[in-house]
Write a protein that binds this ligand. Structure first.
Ligand code: NAP
Ligand code: FE
Length: 367
Protein backbone atom coordinates (compact mmCIF):
# COMPACT_ATOMS: atom_id res chain seq x y z
CA UNK A 1 0.00 0.00 0.00
CA UNK A 2 1.31 3.47 -0.90
CA UNK A 3 0.33 6.30 1.39
CA UNK A 4 1.35 9.88 2.09
CA UNK A 5 -0.56 12.10 4.47
CA UNK A 6 0.33 15.58 5.68
CA UNK A 7 -1.92 17.65 7.94
CA UNK A 8 0.15 20.11 9.96
CA UNK A 9 -2.84 22.17 11.18
CA UNK A 10 -3.81 21.69 14.81
CA UNK A 11 -7.61 21.35 14.88
CA UNK A 12 -9.51 22.31 18.01
CA UNK A 13 -13.27 21.84 17.87
CA UNK A 14 -15.89 22.54 20.52
CA UNK A 15 -18.13 25.10 22.18
CA UNK A 16 -16.25 28.30 23.03
CA UNK A 17 -12.98 26.77 21.89
CA UNK A 18 -11.42 30.18 21.14
CA UNK A 19 -11.95 31.53 24.64
CA UNK A 20 -11.03 28.22 26.27
CA UNK A 21 -7.73 28.08 24.37
CA UNK A 22 -6.78 31.74 24.47
CA UNK A 23 -3.23 30.91 25.60
CA UNK A 24 -2.54 29.48 22.13
CA UNK A 25 -2.89 32.99 20.68
CA UNK A 26 -0.26 34.23 23.11
CA UNK A 27 2.26 31.63 21.98
CA UNK A 28 1.99 32.57 18.29
CA UNK A 29 3.16 36.14 18.54
CA UNK A 30 2.79 39.56 20.09
CA UNK A 31 0.27 41.26 17.83
CA UNK A 32 -2.01 39.72 15.21
CA UNK A 33 -3.72 41.24 12.22
CA UNK A 34 -7.30 39.97 12.26
CA UNK A 35 -8.44 39.38 8.67
CA UNK A 36 -12.19 39.22 8.13
CA UNK A 37 -15.19 40.31 6.07
CA UNK A 38 -17.18 43.49 6.50
CA UNK A 39 -20.07 42.36 8.73
CA UNK A 40 -20.61 38.74 9.65
CA UNK A 41 -17.78 38.36 12.20
CA UNK A 42 -19.35 41.14 14.27
CA UNK A 43 -22.84 39.67 14.00
CA UNK A 44 -21.98 36.05 14.83
CA UNK A 45 -19.81 36.85 17.86
CA UNK A 46 -16.56 35.41 16.50
CA UNK A 47 -14.73 38.76 16.39
CA UNK A 48 -15.82 39.48 19.96
CA UNK A 49 -14.52 36.11 21.19
CA UNK A 50 -11.16 36.68 19.50
CA UNK A 51 -10.70 40.25 20.74
CA UNK A 52 -11.75 39.19 24.26
CA UNK A 53 -9.18 36.37 24.25
CA UNK A 54 -6.47 38.74 22.99
CA UNK A 55 -7.34 41.46 25.51
CA UNK A 56 -7.29 38.97 28.37
CA UNK A 57 -3.86 37.87 27.14
CA UNK A 58 -2.72 41.51 27.16
CA UNK A 59 -2.18 41.40 23.37
CA UNK A 60 -2.77 44.29 21.02
CA UNK A 61 -4.33 43.66 17.60
CA UNK A 62 -5.17 45.36 14.31
CA UNK A 63 -8.15 44.56 12.10
CA UNK A 64 -8.42 44.33 8.31
CA UNK A 65 -12.15 43.88 7.64
CA UNK A 66 -12.31 44.60 3.93
CA UNK A 67 -12.24 41.09 2.49
CA UNK A 68 -15.01 40.71 -0.10
CA UNK A 69 -16.44 37.47 -1.48
CA UNK A 70 -14.03 35.96 -4.02
CA UNK A 71 -11.11 38.11 -2.83
CA UNK A 72 -9.07 40.10 -5.31
CA UNK A 73 -5.34 40.52 -5.72
CA UNK A 74 -5.63 44.20 -4.68
CA UNK A 75 -7.30 43.10 -1.45
CA UNK A 76 -4.50 40.76 -0.38
CA UNK A 77 -1.77 43.28 -1.19
CA UNK A 78 -3.66 45.94 0.79
CA UNK A 79 -4.06 43.55 3.75
CA UNK A 80 -0.36 42.68 3.63
CA UNK A 81 0.59 46.38 3.66
CA UNK A 82 -1.53 46.84 6.78
CA UNK A 83 0.06 43.78 8.44
CA UNK A 84 3.48 45.32 7.80
CA UNK A 85 2.60 48.86 8.89
CA UNK A 86 1.00 47.52 12.08
CA UNK A 87 4.01 45.27 12.76
CA UNK A 88 1.69 42.28 13.01
CA UNK A 89 3.63 39.10 13.69
CA UNK A 90 0.78 36.66 13.13
CA UNK A 91 -2.58 36.50 11.35
CA UNK A 92 -6.02 35.51 12.66
CA UNK A 93 -8.56 34.78 9.90
CA UNK A 94 -12.26 34.88 10.77
CA UNK A 95 -14.98 34.15 8.24
CA UNK A 96 -15.93 32.03 5.28
CA UNK A 97 -13.57 30.85 2.58
CA UNK A 98 -13.04 34.39 1.29
CA UNK A 99 -11.42 35.90 4.41
CA UNK A 100 -9.61 32.62 5.13
CA UNK A 101 -8.13 32.43 1.62
CA UNK A 102 -7.22 36.13 1.66
CA UNK A 103 -5.53 35.66 5.05
CA UNK A 104 -3.14 33.02 3.67
CA UNK A 105 -2.01 35.33 0.86
CA UNK A 106 -1.70 38.22 3.33
CA UNK A 107 0.42 36.07 5.68
CA UNK A 108 2.65 35.20 2.72
CA UNK A 109 2.93 38.72 1.28
CA UNK A 110 3.58 40.28 4.69
CA UNK A 111 6.67 38.14 5.12
CA UNK A 112 8.28 38.50 1.69
CA UNK A 113 8.12 40.67 -1.42
CA UNK A 114 6.35 38.93 -4.28
CA UNK A 115 5.62 40.86 -7.47
CA UNK A 116 2.04 40.70 -8.68
CA UNK A 117 3.03 38.86 -11.85
CA UNK A 118 4.72 36.19 -9.69
CA UNK A 119 1.84 35.73 -7.25
CA UNK A 120 0.60 32.47 -8.77
CA UNK A 121 4.06 31.19 -9.71
CA UNK A 122 4.67 29.07 -6.62
CA UNK A 123 8.17 30.58 -6.48
CA UNK A 124 8.19 31.73 -2.88
CA UNK A 125 10.63 31.62 -0.03
CA UNK A 126 9.48 29.26 2.70
CA UNK A 127 8.47 32.19 4.92
CA UNK A 128 5.01 33.06 6.17
CA UNK A 129 3.45 34.63 9.27
CA UNK A 130 1.86 32.10 11.67
CA UNK A 131 -1.87 31.70 11.09
CA UNK A 132 -4.92 30.98 13.25
CA UNK A 133 -8.16 30.25 11.40
CA UNK A 134 -11.76 30.44 12.57
CA UNK A 135 -14.28 29.35 9.93
CA UNK A 136 -17.76 30.85 10.15
CA UNK A 137 -19.20 28.95 7.18
CA UNK A 138 -19.19 25.15 6.92
CA UNK A 139 -18.05 24.66 3.37
CA UNK A 140 -14.65 25.51 2.00
CA UNK A 141 -12.40 23.62 4.42
CA UNK A 142 -9.88 26.44 3.88
CA UNK A 143 -9.02 26.15 7.60
CA UNK A 144 -7.14 22.94 6.77
CA UNK A 145 -5.80 23.54 3.27
CA UNK A 146 -2.66 25.09 1.79
CA UNK A 147 -4.69 26.90 -0.89
CA UNK A 148 -5.55 30.58 -1.24
CA UNK A 149 -7.95 31.03 -4.14
CA UNK A 150 -8.05 34.52 -5.60
CA UNK A 151 -9.90 36.28 -8.40
CA UNK A 152 -7.45 36.49 -11.28
CA UNK A 153 -8.64 39.09 -13.81
CA UNK A 154 -5.73 38.42 -16.17
CA UNK A 155 -6.89 34.82 -16.65
CA UNK A 156 -10.62 35.66 -16.21
CA UNK A 157 -10.99 32.97 -13.57
CA UNK A 158 -10.01 32.12 -10.03
CA UNK A 159 -6.45 30.95 -9.49
CA UNK A 160 -4.79 29.26 -6.56
CA UNK A 161 -1.78 30.36 -4.57
CA UNK A 162 -0.52 27.14 -3.03
CA UNK A 163 2.47 26.05 -0.98
CA UNK A 164 2.95 23.33 1.65
CA UNK A 165 3.79 25.97 4.27
CA UNK A 166 0.47 27.80 3.75
CA UNK A 167 -1.49 25.47 6.04
CA UNK A 168 -2.83 27.39 9.04
CA UNK A 169 -1.05 26.55 12.30
CA UNK A 170 -4.24 26.27 14.35
CA UNK A 171 -7.94 26.12 13.40
CA UNK A 172 -10.73 26.64 15.90
CA UNK A 173 -14.06 25.06 14.95
CA UNK A 174 -17.08 26.35 16.85
CA UNK A 175 -20.45 25.78 15.20
CA UNK A 176 -22.14 28.51 17.23
CA UNK A 177 -20.78 31.00 14.69
CA UNK A 178 -22.77 29.29 11.93
CA UNK A 179 -26.16 29.85 13.55
CA UNK A 180 -26.50 33.25 11.87
CA UNK A 181 -25.99 31.84 8.35
CA UNK A 182 -28.88 32.28 5.93
CA UNK A 183 -30.52 29.23 4.40
CA UNK A 184 -28.96 30.01 1.02
CA UNK A 185 -25.40 30.35 2.33
CA UNK A 186 -25.83 27.28 4.54
CA UNK A 187 -26.91 25.21 1.53
CA UNK A 188 -24.33 26.61 -0.88
CA UNK A 189 -21.47 26.02 1.54
CA UNK A 190 -22.68 22.50 2.46
CA UNK A 191 -22.80 21.67 -1.25
CA UNK A 192 -19.22 22.98 -1.61
CA UNK A 193 -18.13 20.67 1.21
CA UNK A 194 -19.91 17.74 -0.44
CA UNK A 195 -18.22 18.60 -3.71
CA UNK A 196 -14.76 18.57 -2.09
CA UNK A 197 -15.20 15.06 -0.70
CA UNK A 198 -16.82 13.76 -3.90
CA UNK A 199 -14.13 15.28 -6.14
CA UNK A 200 -11.41 14.07 -3.77
CA UNK A 201 -12.84 10.55 -3.91
CA UNK A 202 -12.68 10.71 -7.72
CA UNK A 203 -9.20 12.20 -7.84
CA UNK A 204 -6.28 10.24 -9.23
CA UNK A 205 -4.30 11.58 -6.24
CA UNK A 206 -6.56 10.00 -3.62
CA UNK A 207 -5.36 7.31 -1.20
CA UNK A 208 -6.95 4.96 1.35
CA UNK A 209 -6.90 7.59 4.06
CA UNK A 210 -8.39 10.41 1.97
CA UNK A 211 -11.01 7.94 0.67
CA UNK A 212 -12.03 7.06 4.23
CA UNK A 213 -12.32 10.73 5.18
CA UNK A 214 -14.17 11.59 1.96
CA UNK A 215 -16.77 8.85 2.44
CA UNK A 216 -17.26 9.89 6.07
CA UNK A 217 -17.78 13.54 5.01
CA UNK A 218 -20.14 12.57 2.20
CA UNK A 219 -22.33 10.37 4.40
CA UNK A 220 -22.59 13.05 7.12
CA UNK A 221 -23.68 15.70 4.62
CA UNK A 222 -26.17 13.32 3.00
CA UNK A 223 -27.74 12.71 6.41
CA UNK A 224 -28.35 16.46 6.58
CA UNK A 225 -29.99 16.82 3.12
CA UNK A 226 -33.49 16.87 4.57
CA UNK A 227 -32.59 19.35 7.32
CA UNK A 228 -30.86 21.57 4.78
CA UNK A 229 -33.92 21.53 2.52
CA UNK A 230 -36.33 22.38 5.35
CA UNK A 231 -33.78 24.58 7.13
CA UNK A 232 -34.37 22.68 10.36
CA UNK A 233 -30.75 22.49 11.48
CA UNK A 234 -30.03 22.14 15.19
CA UNK A 235 -26.72 23.19 16.66
CA UNK A 236 -25.70 19.51 16.55
CA UNK A 237 -26.52 19.36 12.82
CA UNK A 238 -24.43 22.50 12.28
CA UNK A 239 -21.53 20.86 14.15
CA UNK A 240 -21.80 17.82 11.90
CA UNK A 241 -21.74 20.02 8.78
CA UNK A 242 -18.71 21.88 10.13
CA UNK A 243 -16.92 18.59 10.88
CA UNK A 244 -17.79 17.28 7.39
CA UNK A 245 -16.53 20.46 5.71
CA UNK A 246 -13.23 20.20 7.57
CA UNK A 247 -12.96 16.56 6.44
CA UNK A 248 -13.53 17.76 2.87
CA UNK A 249 -10.72 20.29 3.31
CA UNK A 250 -8.31 17.62 4.55
CA UNK A 251 -9.27 15.51 1.52
CA UNK A 252 -8.64 18.22 -1.10
CA UNK A 253 -5.42 19.28 0.63
CA UNK A 254 -4.16 15.89 -0.63
CA UNK A 255 -6.16 15.25 -3.79
CA UNK A 256 -6.88 18.72 -5.18
CA UNK A 257 -10.27 19.41 -6.72
CA UNK A 258 -11.31 18.40 -10.25
CA UNK A 259 -13.23 19.70 -13.27
CA UNK A 260 -16.28 20.58 -11.16
CA UNK A 261 -14.32 23.33 -9.44
CA UNK A 262 -12.58 24.51 -12.62
CA UNK A 263 -15.93 24.78 -14.41
CA UNK A 264 -17.54 26.39 -11.39
CA UNK A 265 -14.93 29.18 -11.33
CA UNK A 266 -16.24 30.47 -14.67
CA UNK A 267 -19.78 30.57 -13.28
CA UNK A 268 -18.54 32.60 -10.33
CA UNK A 269 -16.24 34.87 -12.28
CA UNK A 270 -18.63 35.75 -15.12
CA UNK A 271 -22.09 35.18 -13.62
CA UNK A 272 -21.44 35.96 -9.95
CA UNK A 273 -22.85 32.58 -8.91
CA UNK A 274 -21.80 31.60 -5.36
CA UNK A 275 -18.88 29.17 -5.28
CA UNK A 276 -20.72 26.25 -3.64
CA UNK A 277 -23.81 26.73 -5.76
CA UNK A 278 -21.69 26.73 -8.92
CA UNK A 279 -20.20 23.36 -7.96
CA UNK A 280 -23.62 21.97 -7.03
CA UNK A 281 -25.13 22.92 -10.38
CA UNK A 282 -22.41 21.01 -12.21
CA UNK A 283 -21.61 18.04 -10.02
CA UNK A 284 -24.19 15.46 -11.03
CA UNK A 285 -23.55 15.85 -14.77
CA UNK A 286 -19.85 15.42 -14.06
CA UNK A 287 -20.57 12.28 -12.03
CA UNK A 288 -22.56 10.90 -14.97
CA UNK A 289 -19.47 11.32 -17.17
CA UNK A 290 -17.24 9.54 -14.63
CA UNK A 291 -19.83 6.77 -14.15
CA UNK A 292 -19.41 5.67 -17.78
CA UNK A 293 -15.82 4.60 -17.11
CA UNK A 294 -15.73 4.05 -13.36
CA UNK A 295 -19.20 2.85 -12.32
CA UNK A 296 -17.93 1.10 -9.18
CA UNK A 297 -16.47 4.33 -7.77
CA UNK A 298 -19.79 6.15 -8.30
CA UNK A 299 -21.68 3.23 -6.75
CA UNK A 300 -19.60 3.58 -3.56
CA UNK A 301 -20.36 7.31 -3.42
CA UNK A 302 -24.07 6.64 -3.82
CA UNK A 303 -23.99 3.94 -1.14
CA UNK A 304 -22.33 6.39 1.27
CA UNK A 305 -25.25 8.77 0.61
CA UNK A 306 -27.83 5.93 0.86
CA UNK A 307 -29.04 6.79 -2.65
CA UNK A 308 -29.88 4.38 -5.46
CA UNK A 309 -28.68 6.34 -8.48
CA UNK A 310 -27.41 9.70 -9.76
CA UNK A 311 -30.93 10.76 -10.78
CA UNK A 312 -31.88 10.66 -7.10
CA UNK A 313 -28.86 12.79 -6.17
CA UNK A 314 -29.67 15.24 -8.97
CA UNK A 315 -33.22 15.67 -7.68
CA UNK A 316 -32.02 16.37 -4.13
CA UNK A 317 -29.37 18.85 -5.21
CA UNK A 318 -31.74 20.70 -7.53
CA UNK A 319 -34.34 20.93 -4.77
CA UNK A 320 -31.66 22.47 -2.56
CA UNK A 321 -30.40 24.92 -5.18
CA UNK A 322 -33.68 26.00 -6.78
CA UNK A 323 -34.09 27.55 -10.20
CA UNK A 324 -31.00 27.58 -12.42
CA UNK A 325 -29.46 30.64 -14.03
CA UNK A 326 -29.46 31.03 -17.83
CA UNK A 327 -26.35 30.78 -20.02
CA UNK A 328 -25.91 31.47 -23.71
CA UNK A 329 -24.11 29.17 -26.14
CA UNK A 330 -21.37 31.81 -26.52
CA UNK A 331 -20.84 31.93 -22.75
CA UNK A 332 -20.62 28.15 -22.57
CA UNK A 333 -17.93 28.01 -25.25
CA UNK A 334 -15.89 30.68 -23.46
CA UNK A 335 -16.33 29.09 -20.01
CA UNK A 336 -15.29 25.66 -21.31
CA UNK A 337 -12.23 27.08 -23.07
CA UNK A 338 -11.10 28.71 -19.81
CA UNK A 339 -11.96 25.74 -17.55
CA UNK A 340 -10.05 23.24 -19.69
CA UNK A 341 -6.82 25.20 -19.00
CA UNK A 342 -7.13 24.81 -15.21
CA UNK A 343 -4.58 22.61 -13.45
CA UNK A 344 -7.21 20.60 -11.57
CA UNK A 345 -8.69 19.19 -14.79
CA UNK A 346 -5.88 16.62 -14.74
CA UNK A 347 -6.73 15.41 -11.22
CA UNK A 348 -9.76 13.27 -12.03
CA UNK A 349 -9.71 9.51 -12.59
CA UNK A 350 -11.60 10.29 -15.80
CA UNK A 351 -9.99 13.31 -17.45
CA UNK A 352 -12.60 15.25 -19.43
CA UNK A 353 -12.01 16.84 -22.83
CA UNK A 354 -13.14 20.35 -23.73
CA UNK A 355 -16.08 18.76 -25.58
CA UNK A 356 -17.04 16.97 -22.36
CA UNK A 357 -17.05 20.29 -20.51
CA UNK A 358 -19.22 21.88 -23.21
CA UNK A 359 -21.59 18.92 -22.99
CA UNK A 360 -21.82 19.25 -19.17
CA UNK A 361 -22.52 23.00 -19.30
CA UNK A 362 -25.10 22.53 -22.07
CA UNK A 363 -26.91 19.71 -20.28
CA UNK A 364 -26.97 21.56 -16.96
CA UNK A 365 -28.20 24.80 -18.50
CA UNK A 366 -30.65 23.17 -20.97
CA UNK A 367 -29.07 24.38 -24.22
P1 NAP B 1 -17.63 33.75 1.71
O1 NAP B 1 -17.42 34.44 0.41
O2 NAP B 1 -16.48 33.64 2.62
O3 NAP B 1 -18.85 34.39 2.50
C1 NAP B 1 -20.12 34.50 1.87
C2 NAP B 1 -21.03 35.42 2.66
O4 NAP B 1 -21.38 34.81 3.90
C3 NAP B 1 -20.43 36.78 2.99
O5 NAP B 1 -21.40 37.74 2.70
C4 NAP B 1 -20.15 36.70 4.48
O6 NAP B 1 -20.30 37.96 5.11
C5 NAP B 1 -21.24 35.77 4.94
N1 NAP B 1 -20.97 35.03 6.18
C6 NAP B 1 -19.83 34.35 6.54
N2 NAP B 1 -20.01 33.76 7.73
C7 NAP B 1 -21.25 34.10 8.16
C8 NAP B 1 -22.01 33.77 9.33
N3 NAP B 1 -21.52 32.98 10.27
N4 NAP B 1 -23.26 34.29 9.44
C9 NAP B 1 -23.79 35.07 8.45
N5 NAP B 1 -23.12 35.39 7.33
C10 NAP B 1 -21.88 34.89 7.18
O7 NAP B 1 -18.23 32.29 1.35
P2 NAP B 1 -17.65 30.81 1.38
O8 NAP B 1 -18.53 30.00 0.52
O9 NAP B 1 -17.35 30.37 2.76
O10 NAP B 1 -16.24 30.97 0.65
C11 NAP B 1 -16.13 31.02 -0.74
C12 NAP B 1 -14.68 31.27 -1.11
O11 NAP B 1 -13.87 30.18 -0.64
C13 NAP B 1 -14.47 31.37 -2.61
O12 NAP B 1 -13.59 32.44 -2.88
C14 NAP B 1 -13.84 30.03 -2.96
O13 NAP B 1 -13.04 30.08 -4.11
C15 NAP B 1 -13.05 29.73 -1.71
N6 NAP B 1 -12.73 28.30 -1.50
C16 NAP B 1 -11.51 27.98 -1.00
C17 NAP B 1 -11.13 26.67 -0.80
C18 NAP B 1 -9.78 26.34 -0.25
O14 NAP B 1 -9.36 25.19 -0.24
N7 NAP B 1 -9.02 27.33 0.19
C19 NAP B 1 -12.02 25.63 -1.10
C20 NAP B 1 -13.29 25.97 -1.60
C21 NAP B 1 -13.62 27.31 -1.78
P3 NAP B 1 -19.03 38.92 5.46
O15 NAP B 1 -18.41 39.29 4.15
O16 NAP B 1 -19.62 40.06 6.19
O17 NAP B 1 -18.09 38.11 6.30
FE1 FE C 1 -14.74 24.69 -3.07
Amino acid sequence: MNLQFFMPTKIIMGDDCVIKNAEILKKLGKKPLIVTGSRSAVLNGSLKDVTKALTENGQEYAVYDKVMSNPTIDCVYEGAELAKSENADFIIAIGGGSPMDAAKAIALLASQDIKREKLFSGEYEEKVLPMVFIPTTAGTGSEVTQYSILTNDAAKTKTTVAAPFLFPDVSFLDSKYMESLSKTTTINTAVDALSHSVEGYLSNRSNVLTDALALEGISIIAEEFENLKNFTLTREDRSKLLYASTLGGIVIAHTGTTAVHSMGYSLTYFKDIDHGRANGLLITEFLKLVEKEKPERIKTLLTAMKLKDLAELEKIIMELLGEKEKLTEEEIMEFASIAIKAKNIANCIVIPTEEDLIHIYKTVFDL
